[in-house]
Design a protein around this ligand. Structure first.
Ligand code: ARG
Length: 226
């Protein structure tokens, strides 16, 4: 919805896919929490409305915003040319790269995407990880809706590696030390919040909230008094 529709409704509805720690994941009390969720809370707070979080498969987020089921996509989503044809993105709020995760202590420890040729690789459907491996011929790709399922597949030795965003890979490896990051692939990605095209007022509002997040309390004081 537009800025005024959201205020009238008294609720901001964001869409996310919560198997992506520390950006969005389900905690032990079954709440969706994380870095992105705190940004969403901040936007709702600044708007003076409640926050509703809709849990969707990653590849359903863009269709959902286009059909007005959600107001914003906050899902560690990389700003890409293809996606920017159909939705608008906020200013970038996080830098990211892809990485390869394998079972720890085994001989297979690829240092480049090319070493995945002939191997079985799990990715999340529709992500940039999916794109980078799909670009290389003769990788056997299994595409999952949930990263939790991709890692289960790795644990059960039905795939040899999982390719995903580095910060998220680190979070999984920390939680499950049976996995390790074998290498980082420098893809130079930037995350943005997705907004429906032409929804300019909302986009500008979101940009304002993000740029304020980058300001130190000192910057805020200077801006207030000078
Ligand atoms: N940054 C990657 C992309 O944009 C992965 C994002 C996955 N996000 C998630 N919440 N599952 O394709």
């Amino acid at each position: 919805g537009t800025l005024s529709e959201i205020k009238e409704r008294g609720k901001l509805i964001i869409g996310t896919e919560p198997t992506f720690p520390p950006f969005e994941y389900v905690d032990k009390d079954n709440n969706i929490v994380g870095f992105d969720i705190d940004i969403a809370k901040k936007i709702a707070e600044e708007l003076g409305v409640e926050l509703e979080i809709v849990n969707l498969p990653f590849d359903s987020l863009i269709p959902a915003i286009m059909s007005d089921k959600i107001d914003l996509i906050i899902a560690g989503m990389t700003i890409t040319k293809e996606r920017a044809k159909v939705i608008d993105f906020s200013i970038p709020y996080f830098n990211a790269n892809q990485s390869i995760v394998v079972r720890k202590g085994e001989s297979f420890s690829p240092k480049s995407l090319n070493e995945l040729v002939g191997k079985r690789v799990a990715v999340q459907l529709g992500t940039t990880g999916d794109l980078v491996v799909s670009d290389i011929k003769r990788i056997k790709i299994t595409r999952f809706q949930k990263f939790t399922d991709a890692f289960l597949e790795l644990q059960n030795k039905r795939v040899d590696a999982v390719v995903l965003d580095e910060a998220v890979a680190r979070a999984y490896v920390k939680k499950f030390p049976k996995f390790e990051v074998s290498t980082v692939i420098d893809t130079g990605e930037k995350y943005g919040i997705g907004v429906k095209k032409e929804n300019t007022e909302l986009l500008e509002f979101v940009n304002k909230v993000i740029s304020n997040l980058f300001k130190s309390p000192y910057d805020v004081l200077v801006e207030k008094w000078f």
